[in-house]
Design a protein around this ligand. Structure first.
Ligand code: SF4
Length: 186
């Protein structure tokens, strides 16, 4: 697997302060993609032991809520084995921290992927420029879904996603993190 960046103290890609791994490789080619430089699976840097240590050093910090996989697409065929292995290792080493995963694929096509055993929240679907709204919670366009993966996988019909939260925070001006939880629980 290759990657472009590891960002720290990120508040925009999941609950709490997070470390985010931006992987290389995406076949979705969404119009107005925010990150087309990540489409090439041969781009960026090799994800090696040093990169993994950089992520674990962040997860060692109490205030870091977890790891988010973004890109690019973590479920691009070139990334799946390494993403699965890293998600599994994170869950084993840091059982109290959460794993979020952004993908351009649809939940109906990926819910059976083994990596989902180690994912708490999956944001699915391609970015649709025509339904873009900067106030959406944890996603870029209205068609995307923020999915509670463990709750969905416990259902009789796991191909039907259980949403982790609604489209918008109750009061976006207060910031998405805490109010996002309130919106989900309300
Ligand atoms: S899935 Fe994400 S990274 Fe891939 S083209 Fe669409 S917006 Fe860009």
């Amino acid at each position: 697997m290759r990657y472009h960046d590891i960002t720290k103290d990120d508040m925009r890609n999941g609950d709490g302060l997070r470390v985010v791994l931006w992987v290389a490789g995406c076949e979705h080619c969404c119009r107005d993609c925010h990150n087309p430089i990540t489409w090439d699976p041969e781009g960026g840097l090799l994800f090696d032991e040093d990169a993994k240590k950089e992520i674990f050093a962040q997860l060692d910090q109490k205030y870091i809520a977890g790891l988010t996989f973004s890109g690019g697409d973590p479920l691009h065929p070139a990334n799946r084995p390494a993403v699965r292995a890293l998600a599994r290792e994170v869950k084993e080493r840091y059982p109290d921290k959460t794993v979020w995963l952004y993908t351009g694929a649809l939940w109906e096509d990926i819910w059976q992927f083994p990596v989902m055993r180690y994912v708490d929240v999956c944001v699915d679907g391609e970015f649709e420029a025509q339904t873009k709204d900067v106030k959406l919670l944890w996603k870029g366009s209205k068609n995307q879904r923020v999915i509670d993966v463990p709750a969905t996988l416990r259902k009789k019909r796991p191909e039907e996603p259980v949403l982790y939260c609604g489209d918008y925070a109750v009061d976006f001006d207060e910031g998405p993190t805490d109010v996002g939880r309130a919106a989900c629980e309300g």
